[in-house]
Ligand binder design. Structure first.
Ligand code: ZN
Length: 252
């Protein structure tokens, strides 16, 4: 086994996991929930249920990403809350995750790669996205047209990926998206500028860590949950331990 993975598991097993401070928040990043065991980013339904039950049992407040961004931008305490996000627009977001989130009354944001809408049975259709949006519990936001590394394509292409995906969702949902997710967490200062110019007020990365009062809303860190995330690691990702782990990673 990879020594880094052993170290990571030991770290999260042994380290204390103090509650998030009322000044901070943790944004979780999921992709898909299902039984495709060999797909790295897919969490099993049992594990996802266990994670949601843990959050509910610990009485974490789960708020929408829009609400967290509102608090951040108006300099209010972030509340020690947890935020749920799902990337790419997989169909199990509608079929499996949406019913569970309704059961817990947990709001969430789904970042959709718009070229993939209804593309195969693996992705949500426009009707499914609209139904989730209309429930008021789920916010549907863009994740570009074709999922490129935005810092590696031309400025014109990046601008088109950002603006057009926003326009397409606006057409489907009848409301204007305000939040964005960088594909692969790949962005440059220029990408951030393009996202701001397109009218977005916040954007999420894949950098691990906790959101705190000084965090740039256009560079929000997120903590990934995937098939390799053990339950100890999950508990660490909704506690201050994730910041210590992130600090350790940059230091090593
Ligand atoms: Zn993605």
């Amino acid at each position: 086994m990879n020594p880094m993975l052993i170290f990571k598991e030991l770290f999260f097993k042994l380290i204390p996991k103090p509650m998030l401070s009322k000044r901070s928040a943790s944004i979780l990043m999921y992709h898909s929930v299902g039984n495709q065991e060999n797909h790295f980013s897919t969490v099993s339904p049992e594990e996802f249920q266990r994670q949601m039950a843990y959050i509910a049992g610990k009485r974490f407040s789960v708020v929408s990403l829009a609400e967290l961004v509102r608090r951040l931008r108006t300099h209010q305490p972030l509340g020690g809350v947890v935020v749920l996000t799902f990337d790419d627009g997989f169909r199990d977001n509608y079929a499996t995750i949406f019913p569970l989130l309704k059961q817990y009354n947990f709001p969430a944001t789904i970042f959709v790669t718009t070229d993939l809408i209804g593309k195969s049975s693996g992705y949500c259709t426009a009707e499914e996205l609209r139904e989730m949006h209309d429930s008021g519990l789920i916010s549907i936001e863009p994740h570009t047209l074709s999922h490129p590394k935005l810092a590696r394509i031309s400025r014109a292409d990046a601008a088109r990926e950002i603006r057009e995906s926003r326009r397409i969702l606006q057409e489907i949902l009848g409301s204007t998206p305000t939040l964005f997710a960088y594909p692969f967490g790949n962005f440059s200062d220029e990408t951030v500028e393009l996202v701001r110019e397109a009218g977005f007020i916040a954007a999420v990365t894949v950098e691990e860590g906790i959101v705190s009062p000084g965090t740039d809303p256009l560079r929000l860190p997120r903590n990934a949950v995937d098939s390799a995330t053990t339950f100890s690691q999950f508990r660490g990702k909704v506690s201050r331990a994730i910041d210590w782990y992130a600090a350790l990673k940059t230091w090593k």
